[in-house]
Design a protein around this ligand. Structure first.
Ligand code: AMP
Ligand code: ZN
Length: 112
């Protein structure tokens, strides 16, 4: 069984505040939000980092990115939002299952 916490969320073994799900992608609220709205978009398949992606992942990455504005709007971020992908330890990545942070709302969020 995978030790990856996000794979466990995909498998339903750990609860999450689901924002969106389809056959390839899941989005859920970040457990430690740094803005009024803060959710993560992840692929259901385990890919550790953006640096591990190959041309075979082009479509999947495109789907994830295109979901960001759509889900942000659904979450009430009408004035805009930030996206963030941390890659590798030097990039501040803590969970090694690729994810796109989408956040905004409330006070201006820090420039990360
Ligand atoms: P990163 O530093 O880009 O790897 O960010 C990992 C993010 O995952 C952090 O913002 C965490 O708050 C978030 N996170 C970790 N565990 C969970 C969880 N079980 N449910 C939701 N978000 C989580
Ligand atoms: Zn995983």
């Amino acid at each position: 069984m995978s030790e990856c916490i996000f794979c466990k969320i995909v498998a339903g073994e750990i609860p999450s505040g689901k924002v969106y799900e389809d056959d390839e992608v899941l989005a859920f609220h970040d457990i430690h939000p740094f803005a009024r709205v803060h959710f993560l978009i992840i692929p259901k398949v385990h890919i550790a980092t953006l640096a591990d992606c190959t041309p075979a992942h082009e479509g999947l990455l495109g789907r994830m990115l295109l979901l960001a504005p759509r889900l942000a709007k659904e979450q009430g971020l009408d004035a805009g939002f930030k996206t963030l992908i941390n890659t590798g330890r030097g990039g501040g990545q803590e969970v090694f299952h690729i994810h796109v942070h989408v956040f905004g709302g409330g006070d201006p969020v820090p420039r990360t």
